[in-house]
Every structure is written in C-alpha cells, then in structure tokens.
Design a protein. Structure first.
Ligand SMILES: C[S@@+](CC[C@H](N)C(=O)[O-])C[C@H]1O[C@@H](n2cnc3c(N)ncnc32)[C@H](O)[C@@H]1O
Length: 286
C-alpha cells in the first residue's frame, strides 16, 4: 500500500468504518469467538508474564480482549488501557467492562498511529489479531517497543497464512470466487508473508525485541451449524460483509448452501461445525 499521508488517512478512515459496521456482529457471536480465543489470551499472558500491579496496554482490543481478562489479572493495583480504531467496538468493550464490574480499565478510541504515550509507559503491551490489520507492521512494532518499560514485554497473536490459519475464511473465499467470478485478490486477508511465524519472528527481531519466542497454537471455532457460517462471516468480517452486502437474496442463498456443503468435513454428529484454526503467538522483551 502507498503510505502517503492522504492515502494513509483514507485507508484508516475506511478501516474505521468497516470495523464500526461489524461491531454489533462481534457482540452477537462473542461467546463462540471467545470460547476458543481466551486460551490464546492466557498463553499470551504467560509469555509476557502479566502479573498483579502492572500497567498494560492492549492495542486493537476490539470489543475488549485481551484487555478485560488482563484487568482481572493485574487487579486493582494495576491498570489496563484498551485502545482501538473503532469507537463502536470500544463502546461494546466499555459495556462489557461495566457488566464485569471492572474499574481498572481505561478506554481510548485511537488507531495505533495516533498513540503517543511517553517512552516506557507500560510493563506489558498486548495485541491479539491486530498487528496484521495495521498499516505498517515494522513502524507499529518499533512504536510498541518504545512505549515499553526497560524490562517490559510485548505479546501478540497473528493468524497463520492461508487455509491452515483460518480454514473457514479460505473455503468461503474459494466459494465466492466460484459463484461471483471474483478477481483472485478479493476478498483476501492482509498478509505478512507465506509463513506468519517466520515473518513475525523476523519483524520482531528487526524492531529490536530481545528474547523473542514464537509458537503455534490451535484453537477451535464452534458454530451451531454449517448453514450459520455465511451469516457469521457477514456479521464479523468486514471483507465478507462488503462482499455479500450488495448481492441479491437469491445469490446469498446460493452462497450459503454452497458454503454449507463445502464445510461438511467439519460438521459433527450433533450438527455443529468445529473448525480448527492455527494462530501464531509471539512475545519479546524491550
Ligand atoms: C480482528 S479484530 C481483533 C479484536 C480483538 N483484539 C480480539 O482479539 O478479539 C481487529 C481489531 O483491530 C482494530 N484495528 C484495525 N486497524 C487498526 C489500527 N490502525 N489501529 C488500531 N486498531 C485497529 C479494528 O477496529 C478491530 O477491532
């Protein structure tokens, strides 16, 4: 992508609108998403050694994770700052924090580009499935490192590339190409390289992190049925929401049935769909 200031501003505004538009969908599907995803947060906490009393920054927190789980971990002597580009995602995060009775979380609607905390402000910085949606991963990582205290840690999770990372999105993209005759790049997911593990490790070392550890983790996404998967994708994925929103109800129904057929290998005896996803967890010290 061209990173001229005007292009960057347009890109960021587009991203903000797209993520705002799926905020309600994230709330709707949250139990299914977080059922598998919380294991990734817990592993990130172990890698970064999140402990009571720490100051934690969560970048691209979405509807509040891993920020809110970190808030219970750091306790009332600690503080979590949860940030996201999308104000509507953050509204839901705030609502969840209130419901959970958490008083040690602050919310800030800002893209990573706008964050300007002084050097060394945080003991831990977290970013779960946010680094690759950000415009410039090397700059982002350098900024994150600068905001860490001298002994502070950064922990992140990114999806492995291609079908191994998110099989459902990959199959859904293939079905879209078959039915709608799409050019091969659409709807697509931004990528660091063919192997997210190698690319992330290289980028973190390049940004100056030490003691870099990178590992794979499998998490299962479970949805009620194969027929629900199209609605799920339209609700939570800006790419699929854009792709399917201008299609006729007949075209969407054809898409829904075709995707359900292709997902049969993941259907269990009770009719639910269980899809294993491969994520990369990484951590490093300042
Ligand atoms: C896949 S969601 C992940 C949300 C959350 N961390 C989780 O794991 O559930 C990606 C989030 O990145 C946010 N985002 C996208 N671009 C961003 C940017 N430039 N700066 C900060 N947040 C951004 C979106 O608004 C969205 O909430």
């Amino acid at each position: 992508m061209n990173t001229q200031p005007d292009d960057l501003a347009r890109y960021k505004e587009g991203q903000r609108q797209q993520w705002d538009s799926v905020a309600a969908g994230w709330k709707k599907w949250w139990p299914a998403i977080e059922n598998g995803a919380q294991h990734v947060s817990k592993r990130m906490f172990e890698l970064a050694e999140v402990n009571p009393g720490q100051r934690v920054l969560d970048i691209a927190t979405g509807i509040g994770e891993p920020a809110l789980l970190a808030a219970s971990r750091v306790g009332t002597t600690g503080l979590v700052v949860a940030t996201d580009l999308s104000p509507q995602m953050l509204d839901i995060a705030r609502e969840r924090a209130n419901t959970l009775g958490l008083t040690n979380v602050q919310f800030l609607a800002s893209g990573i580009e706008g964050l300007d905390f002084p050097d060394g402000s945080f003991d831990t910085i977290l970013c779960r499935w946010g680094v690759t949606s950000l415009p410039n991963p090397p700059n982002t990582l350098a900024k994150i490192r600068r905001m860490l205290a001298p002994s502070g840690s950064f922990a992140t999770a990114v999806w492995e590339e291609g079908p191994k990372g998110r099989p459902m999105a990959s199959i859904a993209t293939d079905v879209a190409r078959e039915i709608f005759d799409l050019p091969s790049a659409r709807p697509g997911v931004p990528s660091l390289s063919a192997s997210a593990k190698n690319a992330l490790e290289k980028e973190m070392i390049h940004a100056g992190f030490t003691d870099v550890r990178v590992e794979e983790m499998t998490l299962t996404l479970e949805l009620p049925s194969a027929e629900d998967c199209t609605q799920y994708l339209m609700d939570v994925s800006p790419e699929f929401a854009t792709l399917l929103s201008d299609k006729s109800s007949g075209q969407r129904e054809e898409y829904r049935q075709r995707l359900a057929e292709k997902l049969q290998p993941y259907v269990t005896v009770d009719g639910s769909v269980q899809v294993p996803n491969l994520t990369i967890c990484a951590a490093g010290r300042r």
